[in-house]
Design a protein around this ligand. Structure first.
Ligand code: MN
Ligand code: MN
Length: 476
């Protein structure tokens, strides 16, 4: 089936809108490098658009009516936005779902150590990564430190150009004869992904501070063991008022340092960390905020933990969404367990996650007729899964036909694809979890080159078509 390149279809006005959306998208990528940062950003954008915290509505004892806009947050890592439609909620919602966690490297709970004059943070990676891609490049540290008294300190080091950055070292090529013989999965091993964070002993930093202290104690300290680590702790104390023990209740994530950039002479693409799946999350959010009225209740659901199986309180398997829908029903149609089930059953969803874009450099991994192409528009997948579709949702043909009609009527560019060649690998999404309610769900999203690498590539045209497609869907 011939599908045209979306770039060839645009008017001047559309190109201007495409650029606006992509500029906004890049700034969201820069502000949201962790799931917590994404939720914070989503809340501020929602509030600006007139959304209210569902908790406040409940506390005030108010009801919800057509046109009302609310959001609910779970543990600062998952968010659901709702706009009440003209029809009763139990007639079903149009749900845009995507995930806001991305592959990365996490700091362990007892992380800080010193080895031969170098201070490190011990790490354990999160999600599927090619470990060798994360060494020898500038990295930043994002997250929170929660202290025993309940205060939360936010951490973000490495994004401002005046900030220091961090690095995971690799072995120099001159001594890498043995390393280079290894399989790619063993070239860099998990426990070798520790983050280099310091090389200077405590003495000088402590100088001014200990002038209050006893003078001779100073030199003792300087020569004490682990003076590099002590210096790091000193800095952490000054900067975040934290002690070593506070790492126990910290969530610190290591991600590539730096901003999202235009890619290519023609600036047609975006190169950035974390586009899986924030390219779907932010475009869903943009569409959700753009649509101010619709027949059906609209929902934008941004979840955590997809990269490790959608587990836990903030992953798609959590009851958070169902519970929130129950609250919405009670504030609109009146408390009813049956109506909650009807709502979920009657809903339809675009479960959006990135697709593997056809890569001519690795053509052998794809089957061209069933590949997603950069610039081909929003991608739909009837199936995902692996080895005979195991673990996949299956979007119903009737539902797909309705989507085709809606997308064609609104001139949205789209393509249908599968993830790579049969039996080469595969992947899962959150689609099958929501499908358990008996709702119509299809996997959709944006094609990405270099998926799960520290920097991933998308097409600006696909970002634009995603927003258009999501708007169309919310109005369906
Ligand atoms: Mn994903
Ligand atoms: Mn992924």
């Amino acid at each position: 089936m011939e599908r045209k390149n979306a770039w060839n279809t645009y008017t001047k006005e559309q190109l201007a809108e495409l650029n606006n959306i992509n500029e906004k998208y890049k700034s969201c990528l820069n502000a949201g490098k962790t799931e917590r940062e994404c939720v914070e950003l989503a809340v501020s954008m929602a509030k600006e658009a007139g959304y209210r915290d569902l908790k406040d509505v409940m506390t005030a004892g108010e009801c919800l009516k057509t046109g009302d806009k609310v959001y609910a947050v779970c543990m600062n890592k998952m968010i659901a936005l709702f706009r009440i439609g003209e029809e009763p909620i139990s007639a079903g919602m149009n749900i845009l779902g995507a995930h806001i966690d991305s592959p990365r490297i996490d700091v362990k709970q007892n992380p800080l150590y010193e080895n031969e004059g170098l201070a490190y943070l011990d790490t354990h990676y999160y999600g599927g990564i090619k470990k060798y891609q994360w060494v020898a490049q500038p990295l930043s540290l994002h997250g929170v430190i929660v202290k025993k008294d309940g205060t939360t300190v936010k951490v973000s080091v490495g994004e401002d150009e005046n900030d220091p950055v961090f690095v995971i070292t690799d072995l120099l090529v001159h001594l890498a004869q043995e390393q280079m013989e290894k399989k790619a999965s063993k070239v860099i091993e998990g426990e070798k992904l520790d983050l280099l964070i310091g090389n200077r002993p405590v003495e000088e930093v402590i100088e001014e501070l200990t002038s209050v202290d006893k003078g001779d104690k100073k030199s003792e300290k300087a020569q004490a063991k682990e003076s590099i680590k002590a210096n790091v702790l000193q800095i952490l104390k000054e900067k975040y008022d934290m002690d070593e023990e506070d790492f126990l209740s910290a969530e610190l994530e290591i991600v590539p340092a730096g901003k999202a950039r235009d890619c290519g002479f023609d600036r047609s693409m975006i190169l950035s960390y974390g586009q899986d799946d924030r390219v779907c999350a932010f475009t869903s959010l943009f569409a959700m905020i753009d649509i101010v009225e619709a027949k059906r209740t609209g929902c934008c659901l941004l979840v955590d933990k997809e990269e490790i199986g959608s587990v836990g309180a903030t992953g798609m398997h959590s009851r958070f969404f169902e519970n929130t829908v129950a609250e919405l029903i009670s504030l609109t149609e009146g408390e009813s367990e049956l109506k909650v089930r009807r709502t979920l059953m009657n809903s339809r969803m675009l479960s959006s996650d990135v697709s593997a874009a056809y890569d001519p450099m690795y053509a052998e991994a794809f089957e061209k007729r069933s590949s997603a192409f950069l610039g081909g528009g929003i991608t739909f997948n009837k199936f995902t899964g692996s080895r005979g579709k195991s673990g996949s949702n299956d979007a119903n043909a009737e539902y797909i036909a309705a989507l085709r009609k809606a997308m064609d009527d609104d001139d949205v560019a789209y393509q249908f694809a599968e993830l790579g060649r049969v039996d080469l690998g595969g992947g899962g999404t959150i689609a099958y979890i929501m499908a358990n309610y008996g709702m119509e769900v299809i996997d959709s999203g944006v094609a990405v080159l270099n998926m799960h690498a520290p920097y991933e590539v998308t097409s600006k045209a696909d970002v634009y078509e995603a927003v258009k497609g999501y708007r169309t869907f919310l109005k369906m």
